[in-house]
Design a protein around this ligand. Sequence first.
Ligand SMILES: Nc1ncnc2c1ncn2[C@@H]1O[C@H](COP(=O)(O)OP(=O)(O)OP(=O)(O)O)[C@@H](O)[C@H]1O
Ligand SMILES: [Mg+2]
Length: 181
Amino acid sequence: MNDDKHILKTIRVYLPDEDATSALAAQLAPMLCGERPAAPPGGRIHLRGDLGAGKTSFTRAFLRAAGIRGRIKSPSYTLLESYNLSNLYFYHLDFYRFSNSNEWVDAGFRDILQENAIVLIEWPEQAGKLLPPPDLDIHLEYADAGRQASLTAHSNKGLLWLTTLVLPPQASRPQEPHDVD
Ligand SMILES: Nc1ncnc2c1ncn2[C@@H]1O[C@H](COP(=O)(O)OP(=O)(O)OP(=O)(O)O)[C@@H](O)[C@H]1O
Ligand SMILES: [Mg+2]
């Protein structure tokens, strides 16, 4: 029996600007690449949030930090952009345009969900229930001038990443002032 699906831990971090989004991505990249902590490479991240929330920004910074050079295109139209770096395979998907939730299966994307692939998916909710839960779900929400990120681990691997993350002090968004009696 696989207990992974019962794991659920959420960390919330306030990202005041794009640099903060990039810094978070740059911390996660070596973890999925198997560098730190030392572990076999591979993993899946779902990126959720409204249009312009920063899903592609996050992925670009992630791929750059992983060592990908050259142009990193948004897969908004192509659905999939893939990259290879020695033994590492990266897949950046965007399911925004899917109308039929099983379309990704028909498109042959199931093959990329292999154990050692590094997969980042924008708009995973468009892919329906056949898409397995990720190791880590990142939900980006507009908050003041920045973004509130909620990172939820859905597997032991995701949990390990969350516990390895070093968040800046004051990482949480300042609380709204509340009424004093
Ligand atoms: N933490 C942040 N605070 C403020 N702005 C940010 C932050 N992170 C990224 N941005 C900006 O927000 C925008 C995000 O655009 P991006 O294309 O990454 O969004 P997206 O979530 O991929 O949208 P879509 O759903 O259309 O694919 C960019 O202009 C980027 O500079
Ligand atoms: Mg995008």
